[in-house]
Design a protein around this ligand. Sequence first.
Ligand SMILES: [Zn+2]
Length: 424
Amino acid sequence: METLFSNVRILDGSGAAPVQGDVLVEGNRIKSVGSGVGKISAANAVRVDGTGATLMPGMVEAHTHFSWNDQPSLAAIQMMPPEEHILWCVRVAKRYLDAGFTSCLGAATAKARLDVVLRNAINASEFPRPRYLAASQEITTLGGLGDGTLPHLPFDALSFGAVVSGPEEMRKTARLFMKYGVDTLKINLSGEYITGMPAEATPFSDEEIAMLVRETKINGKRVAAHARSSESVKQCVRHGIEIIFHASFADEEALDLLEANKDRHFVAPGLAWLINTSHHASDWGITPEIAKAMGYHRELEVAIESLKKMHKRGIRILPGGDYGFAWVPHGTNAKDLEYFVKYLGFSPMEAVVSATKHGGAIMQKPNELGLDKEGYLADLLLVSGDPLSNIALLQDKDRLLAIMKDGVFHKAPAQTAESLRRAS
Ligand SMILES: [Zn+2]
């Protein structure tokens, strides 16, 4: 099966200026990319007349929580029984594909096997959903972010996270999650204001982190860290934790460390969480005054400054993060690209590159995912208009004329839907 996108503006995700041309997809790969219209011959292909629309790679969400179910607290998320919870995950993952995210990196699941079961079903083509890397639950400390037990109710099942104390418990927990089949082990290296432990707290010992990293690496898996405090960012670099979430309070020393190791690390800050918690959570009792008192306004301010510096130093910053809370709705994730432009000094082109090329790299497919390039996996978006003149276009689902994952239309343009019906 071949599909020819003809007369499209090819925004290839590499950072190169767009060219007008045709793109041919065969099976699940991009077969050829030609500048100039009508130069690729493909007599048997399903033709999509792009009429000047933009063809870009599918976007990648670098910090996804499918199991977050629109509740206003981690404890409330956790209350959903597992049977309903897996159905929730299956349903909500579709919203990401509908929004143009063809890949998502799991950033912690609410119950041990939700992410793994969903990933396996996606890989078995049971449901059209984004490519997915499955995360563990959050590994945390007693009293840390994700410890939901109460003094009189010391039941692990109440906790969003898995609570460990000491290297041996860490070893056992890591092995357990790997037994279940996760791709990524998630650890909470800093606190989080809303949970009581301040964002600038750094509760884990080096011995515990070293054990996690050792156990994970010998099994060929990766660690991702919730790391808001400066010290927790330094722990990530020291221990070789590639995926860093937030990094709000990174000081000059942390920035130097990150810059010196920038080919190894990815930073997914999750700005929407900070912005919406600070300013748009009143309906759930967190007025801007309360958010300010918690520390969120200051964190947002400091984070923007740190992230701007990271961007200037060439550290890879990726969109996504913490959508799925009551006040950060799933499916609005392309907002992050606008935030990067508005607050962090990205050009629209840099925002596109962060969502596509860097996305392919964080999905561990740097040579086959995230670009409109020959041989790459055919994850493509046909967008009405020019995201480089208005990055917010990508938030408008009506402008996503076509969404293709793995060479198959999740959303086919109207004209093509008709010819696909005829062909089948
Ligand atoms: Zn998160």
